[in-house]
Every structure is written in C-alpha cells, then in structure tokens.
Design a protein. Sequence first.
Length: 224
Amino acid sequence: MNQQQAALQDAYETLLLSYAAGLLDQAQNLIVASHVAMSPQAKEKVQECEALGGALMEKYCEPVSMGKQSLANVLNRLDAREAPQEHEKMYELIFPEGLSIPLCLKRSVACHVQHVHWRTVRPGVQSFELSLECRQSKTRFLKAGRGVESPRMAPRAMELTLILDGALMDETGVHKRGDLVIMDETCRHAATSCDRQGGFYMVVTSAPTHFSGLHQLLHSLFNR
C-alpha cells in the first residue's frame, strides 16, 4: 500500500468513525449510511466503533439528570412525526428500473425531492442534485454510460462516490455496487464507468472531516 492509498484508507476509517460518533453533516451521513446498508464489512466496523464508544461512555462519563417530562416529550415528538410517503413515480425518474436502494436513501428522496430535472454535464453523463438542508456538502446523483471517462483534477474538498449500480474503474482498481470511493486533494486520476450498462452513482462533495474530542480517542484506540 503506497502513501496515497494509506491516506485514503485512513480517510475511509475516519468517515466510519465519524458516522458512528454522530459527527457527520446531513449529506455525509446519508451517503455513509447508504454504504453501511450495502456493505456487511462496513456495518461490522461501525458496530465495533459504536460498541467501543459505548464502553468508553459507560466507564468515563457520569450520568446526567433529566427532567421528569423528558421521556414523554421525546415519545410525543416521535408520535407526531409524519412518515415520508413513497413516491414510486419519482423513484422511476431518478433510479434505474429494478435497482435496490437502501431505505435511508429512499426516505431522504421522499422528503427532499419535489421536482426531478436531470441535466447533461458532459457527453454520456447526466447529473441530478439532491437538495438537503446542510450547507457544508453538495449531494448529487450521476448516470454514466459504459466506457465514459471522467478526467479528474484534484478536488478542493473531499469527494465521496457511492456505487449504487454498475461499476467504476480508476487507478486504484474496479469499484462495484456498494463500494464507497474517496477522493481528496492528492487524487488526480480519471474514472471510467465500466459496467456493461453503464453506472449510477451518488456523489457527495464536502470539506474534509476532522477528529475532535471523543472521536479522536476512538480513532487512536481503534487503529492500534
């Protein structure tokens, strides 16, 4: 493993740790949650992080008193929350026919998409932006035909690509459905959609994630 691959692997573990600790913004959380739902290995690692964090909290954190109505207030808010309605016609406009989509992604689409407008960003590549409340990150879906190459300059911020359908090939290898591909300022390679029917991807561009507090401790213990 070269220096760049080691850095990207560390960034991947950082994302999983941040997800387990609840430190990601809305867009980052959505793409990592979708990846965890599609990857048994990622799910296992997140569960390890959550167990470690729980053990540390139990050992080092003191109980905090709560108001008598705290539990009732939370339960009332959960009961009052409306479940997102399914919009099958909308899914047909966004996702390829027959594609299995993580439930968290389906719910987010149901909550945040009112109009579907795909635009061509380059020959063979179409893009659709998912409007979320967070300002730190930009979320979009990409559809690419087979063999379409995307010359990539080093991004100014971290870019996460989740393979929802098809495959993607770059200098680090071939990435298939469920894989989370990370790019940062050290990456300058091209990516090619190499599946027989092209590819369908979710992309989140955001500022790099940094460690702080409990997350820094979790990271140091988890990577011993």
